[in-house]
Design a protein around this ligand. Structure first.
Ligand code: MSP
Length: 476
């Protein structure tokens, strides 16, 4: 069995400082990375920043800065955030690094040599905010402004010489690839969206720009810079030292196990990226998971809408593990989820303080008082006791399966329900009245929390899994 696991976050645009949507992608990716690590996998976890293109060039111009100094400054805030979020990432890639440029140009040369790329002229709509080309039927006019229907971003008319990737050749091959790799795109609803987009017909894709210069040069024609998405997507292999195919990182970890992304960038990852890779004879990643958006009210949280919750302020106020727990538990994974400070507070109070915190506090102080915190030997259990304990054993493989299929909410719900039943058990047994066998009660209760050294607040970093594992090991 392959024990290597490669997981990535999207690489973020350093056009403005990070917000909760970015923190969300990173925290959830970290959660899966840690889970696999605890399971004994050799995990490689990558994050970083996507620094080229017109969007960044314009943001730098607005600040009166040259693009690289601008990126240096903002990329650092993303790197700092990865530390504040306690991400277990192995690398942080910046697309302005030389190692990345070499990789991108190599991939370009392969595609050009294979005649997958040709020179022509682009005329059509472009959204700088999305860094995406749109066809006529993908845009609409609101208040005299042309915008992209799916994102609401302004589009502008572009006419320029451009290289094209022969995406139209890949329509049938992509459809075949999706049907042979059933869980390539998750969740299932997103897979259907992608399939119907591809079935609707793929046009060749413009993959270079000529009217600005902030990007990686087309090796054979330095009047052009490579389209920022072809540049950005390549980060997933440049960080593994592609094109050095003998490299250990590349060998061990490509194809990636999971690209975790937001649903807004699904088309780039699930259509363009596998097409580029297949065209270059490189294996596509094993899975793309498109999560939903973090909403403020019912709008996407984004810099341009000015409705952002600053993750650093929230962490300062409530602590990192509370935020991690809240995002994992309360946002229905795969769907959009509206978050607020009020909901965060009530989640911390009900699940963490009242449920788990209270439970630990009662069990530990009871145990301290009666047993000097020592765990007694295994006792004889009633059927109810065994049923309760068996819940973990029976569900162990199901829980792993949940996490392997990114069914995060089923996993989280199991943990929280288990905490409720443990609390109830302690109450029902009322060991302080000595109505029941207090050793037995304590045995159960302590084994429930025994590996949870830091406490459950840390849960969605490492410890939910550790709790379950320790209980299972205890029983085996
Ligand atoms: N640079 C591209 C990605 C290139 S990956 C090869 C990009 N950057 S981004 O900074 O605009 O957004 C990156 C990701 O941040 C989104 O895909 C999504 O995962 C996350 N989010 C940004 N805003 C978000 C929300 N409001 N809610 C949840 N996640 C969102 O796109």
């Amino acid at each position: 069995m392959n024990k290597n696991f490669y997981i990535t976050t999207p690489i973020y645009y350093p056009s403005a400082k990070p917000h909760m949507g970015h923190a969300y992608s990173s925290i959830i990716a970290d959660l899966f990375a840690r889970f696999k690590k605890i399971q004994g996998f050799n995990v490689y976890f990558l994050t970083g920043t996507d620094e080229h293109g017109q969007k960044i060039q314009r943001s730098a111009e607005k600040k009166g800065m040259d693009p690289l100094s601008f990126c240096d400054e903002i990329s650092k805030t993303f790197k700092d955030l990865s530390k504040i979020l306690n991400l277990s990432n192995n690398d942080f890639i910046r697309t302005t690094e030389k190692r990345h440029e070499k990789s991108v140009q190599h991939l370009w040369n392969i595609l050009e040599n294979k005649k997958e790329i040709y020179l022509s002229k682009y005329s059509g709509w472009y959204s700088v905010s999305d860094e995406a080309f749109y066809s006529d039927d993908e845009i609409e006019e609101i208040d005299n402004k042309k915008i992209a229907k799916n994102s609401g971003s302004a589009v502008e008319w572009v006419e320029e010489e451009s290289y094209f990737f022969k995406l139209s050749n890949w329509q049938d091959k992509l459809l075949k690839f999706y049907s042979e790799n059933e869980s390539f795109i998750l969740p299932a609803a997103r897979k259907n969206e992608v399939i119907s987009f591809v079935k609707g017909g793929l046009k060749d894709l413009s993959v270079s720009r000529k009217s600005f210069s902030w990007g990686i040069k087309v090796p054979s024609n330095n009047e052009h810079v490579i389209y920022v998405w072809l540049d950005a997507l390549t980060n997933y292999i440049s960080a593994l030292n592609y094109p050095n195919e003998k490299d250990k990182l590349y060998n061990d970890f490509w194809p990636a196990s999971l690209h975790l992304i937001g649903k807004d960038i699904l088309r780039f990852h699930a259509v363009y990226w596998p097409a580029f890779l297949l065209a270059a004879d490189i294996a596509p990643p094993k899975r793309i998971y498109g999560h939903g958006w973090i909403l403020a009210g019912d709008e996407k949280m984004s810099k341009s809408k000015g409705n952002i919750l600053d993750p650093i302020e929230i962490i300062d106020k409530y602590g990192l593990d509370s935020l991690r727990y809240y995002l994992a538990k309360e946002v229905s994974f795969g769907n959009d989820g509206s978050i607020s400070q009020e909901k965060l507070e009530s989640c911390i109070n009900s699940d963490l303080a009242n449920n788990y915190g209270n439970y630990c506090q009662r069990v530990i102080s009871f145990s301290e008082k009666n047993f000097n915190l020592l765990i007694p030997k295994k006792d004889i259990f009633s059927k109810e006791d065994l049923d309760l304990l068996d819940r973990f054993k029976i569900n162990f493989d199901i829980l792993i399966n949940n996490m392997d299929n990114q069914n995060l909410n089923s996993y989280m719900n199991f943990i929280v329900e288990s905490l409720f039943s443990a609390n109830k058990y302690f109450n029902d047994q009322a060991p302080w009245n000595k109505k029941s066998d207090i050793k037995k009660v304590k045995y159960y209760c302590l084994c429930f929390i025994r590996s949870n050294k830091k406490n459950f607040y840390y849960a969605v970093s490492d410890n939910t899994f550790v709790i379950i594992k320790s209980i299972k090991n205890f029983w085996d």
